[in-house]
Ligand binder design. Structure first.
Ligand code: ADP
Ligand code: ZN
Length: 525
């Protein structure tokens, strides 16, 4: 439990060692938890201030803090920065010569270190574990904790073995940190790192000055042109496209329309890429038309808009890409058009990609979540933050659905049927099977499982398959259902369902059928 003495010690350390006036929201709670010897799981976006969450406790608690990080290339920098602040920090990785290793080990054992950075593959070696057992340890910080998730894209097998920290050092508190905060990754981190007892902190994902706007793709170029002419005629911004070709064409076309636009993608000559990037940073009012290859490490504060002509394949990507707008805190737009074609294209790319069936299914689910965000009728920011586990108590007033409420239909009954079908089939099935049950399709699987004998069998013939999928996606997007990755995308009822199932809550669903709009579009094309 927090006592005032440790709270004061933490604040004093923050001020005297790191030179900051006060903790950011949540940092204080996190720091207090770890100083008191508790485990913590910290989910914060990049730049949120995760490092201090373990660096301050490292200095307040007696002993040395061990920081596990896969980013070997950054260790030297991190250690140098800390040493400049007077913190006794070192690292152990494969770049060190034997005598350097010995010196670090000796410093650790004689209590001369506050922080020790170590790569996971090194930590799990018996030599390292035996060394740590002889040292006085303040805490373990597991950075980039999402690397333990086989579901994500940064999986590292060495991270799986970090659960042994809990077994071998049961009294040393652990703090795991990541910027990837969706619920599934979080659950996987908790399970695989044995962090069931850890307090979870999710914070700082909101970017209140960004206005989120997503609409159906009708004539994308004209929609983009209208958006740029009406709202950002002179502003710097980024237009994201899926393919290199489209980047080139769109940039050329924008130039014809009188904009100062440049293309950027991995297929361009490295020098040209560098020139375009530095022009974007230096000049005013430049529009960068780019694939996702553009953006990493770009820190331009006055990007006034990020436009997506194609839907990103995950909410994480959408959040990261749109997050490049408005770093200066001034109003900025995250604008996107999407259509069923986007979904089909992304699905095809996923099907064609390498990787296990399980990985593909996971990608599919993340795509569905992205689609859910496109389809919701309630506040986009709330849904976005909900996806990351962050919480916004009320509608934001600064997204399209808040500013211009969408056309909806009363989906209460449809939702009840969908939830009931999910429940009666044992919460073990994905959307397609549930749609078969609702529509009364006696497929082989349905009859084999005797789901044609359920009372919900065939009660949903008033809607077609796509409409039902839209209902399910919206239920997932709003948190009534969760997707269970352990069970291949099976849907599960969430606590939030109860009032809906009891008939105490009405549910409005978005009427727009992206499927129909997209069909019209392809016919016309
Ligand atoms: P993350 O690891 O979450 O990406 P960092 O720990 O690198 O973020 O912190 C991002 C920036 O915010 C750093 O420049 C850091 O010094 C600064 N920062 C973090 N906490 C505070 C604070 N309480 N007061 C002022 N600046 C802070
Ligand atoms: Zn809103």
């Amino acid at each position: 439990m927090t006592d005032t003495r440790t709270a004061t010690a933490a604040l004093t350390t923050l001020q005297t060692v790191f030179g900051y006036e006060q903790f950011r929201a949540h940092q204080q709670d996190i720091v207090d938890t770890v100083i008191a010897g508790g485990d913590a799981l910290v989910l914060m976006p990049t730049g949120g201030g995760k490092s201090l969450c373990y660096q301050v406790p490292a200095l307040v608690r007696p002993g040395c803090a061990v920081v596990i990080s896969p980013l070997i290339a950054l260790m030297q920098d991190q250690v140098d920065t800390l040493r400049q602040l007077g913190v006794r920090a070192s690292f152990l990785n494969s770049s060190l010569a034997m005598e350097e290793v010995v010196a670090v080990e000796r410093a650790l054992l004689s209590g001369e270190l506050d922080l020790l950075y170590i790569a996971p593959e090194r930590l799990i070696q018996e030599r390292s574990l035996a060394l740590l057992e002889r040292a006085h340890l303040a805490l373990f910080a597991i950075d980039e904790a999402h690397c333990v998730s086989q579901w994500g894209h940064d999986f590292r097998a060495d991270y799986l073995q970090l659960s042994l920290l809990h077994e071998r050092f049961p009294s040393v508190p652990r703090i795991a940190l990541t910027a990837t905060a969706d619920a599934r990754t979080r659950a996987e981190i908790v399970q695989r790192l044995d962090l069931g007892q850890a307090r979870q902190f999710v914070a700082g994902f909101d970017r209140p000055n960004i206005c989120y706007r997503i609409s159906l793709k009708q004539s994308p170029r004209q929609q983009l042109l209208r958006f740029l002419r009406d709202e950002h005629p002179e502003d710097a911004g980024i237009v994201y496209c899926l393919s290199r070709n489209k980047v080139e064409e769109t940039a050329a076309w924008l130039c014809e329309q009188g904009f100062n636009a440049l293309p950027y993608h991995a297929g361009l000559d490295a020098r040209l890429r560098a020139t375009h990037q530095s022009r974007f940073l230096r000049e005013e009012g430049l529009v960068m038309v780019a694939t996702i290859a553009f953006g990493m490490g770009i820190d331009k504060p006055d990007v006034r808009f990020v436009a997506h002509l194609d839907m990103p394949k995950t909410i994480e990507a959408y959040y990261q890409e749109t997050g490049r707008a408005g770093r200066d805190g001034q109003p900025a737009d995250a604008w996107m058009v999407y259509g069923l074609q986007d979904v089909i294209k992304l699905r095809q790319m996923m099907e064609g990609s390498e990787g296990s069936e399980e990985h593909k299914r996971a990608e599919q689910q993340r795509l569905n979540a992205m689609l859910g965000l496109c389809e919701i009728t309630s506040c986009r920011r709330q849904a976005l933050l909900h996806y990351f586990g962050d919480h916004l108590p009320g509608a934001c007033g600064n997204c399209d659905t808040c500013l211009n409420p969408v056309d909806t239909w009363n989906g209460t009954e449809a939702a009840q049927k969908a939830l009931s079908a999910t429940y009666r089939t044992g919460q073990r099935f994905g959307v397609n099977h549930l749609v078969d049950v609702l529509r009364g399709n006696a497929t082989e699987r349905v009859t084999q499982l005797r789901h044609d004998e359920l009372p919900t069998f065939g009660v949903g013939q008033d809607l077609d398959g796509n409409q039902w999928r839209s209902v399910f996606r919206q239920l997932v997007a709003r948190g009534y259902l969760s997707v269970d990755m352990e069970r291949h995308g099976a849907l599960r009822l969430q606590e939030k369902c109860r009032p809906l199932l009891r008939g105490e809550e009405q549910l409005d669903l978005r009427r727009d059928q992206p499927q129909k709009a997209a069909k019209r579009q392809t016919k016309g094309a």
